[in-house]
Design a protein. Structure first.
Length: 155
């Protein structure tokens, strides 16, 4: 595991987390676009592998029946995503103090990305999220060229 520290913009939320690995993912779903203004890059940790040094302004917002987002109630920084029933929590890459060793490897909800930016040629592209039990990885030219469709919320 990789111990990393991080927090929100104003410093009201501070945490330490043992990351599962060095892999970061980009979620291109419509929810993440609305919440961040672009895609959302994240890493993962087991929920019990996160400790808080400060969390007085940490608030949670349900973005769907299956998912909630953690953010700082003071500065608004989006910090976490957790799904109902999962023991893994997603952590915003931008909230980490040090990111040099991380590698952006996976692109979720690739069909929902806006057409104004390309996807990397050698990236793993997922139709939904990378935990999808079907394990379907798409590398079709239609995804890379910008053909998109909206999926059900939950990302």
């Amino acid at each position: 595991m990789l111990l990393r520290t991080g927090g929100c913009y104003c410093g009201s939320v501070r945490f330490a987390a043992d990351l599962v690995d060095e892999k970061a993912a980009a979620c291109h779903c419509h929810q993440c676009q609305r919440l961040t203004g672009h895609y959302w890059a994240y890493v993962t940790a087991l929920s019990d592998a996160i400790s808080f040094q400060a969390d007085g302004t940490l608030s949670w917002f349900h973005t769907s029946e299956q998912c909630e987002r953690g953010f700082c109630g003071h500065c608004g920084s989006l910090l976490f995503r957790r799904r109902t029933g999962e023991k893994v929590i997603a952590i915003s890459v931008g909230s980490l103090d040090e990111t040099v060793a991380l590698r952006l490897t996976d692109h979720e909800f690739a069909l929902e990305r806006p057409g104004y930016y390309p996807l990397p040629v050698k990236a793993q592209l997922f139709r939904t999220d990378r935990s999808d039990p079907s394990g379907v990885v798409h590398t079709a030219p239609a995804i890379r060229s910008g053909a998109r469709r909206r999926s059900a919320p939950g990302g």
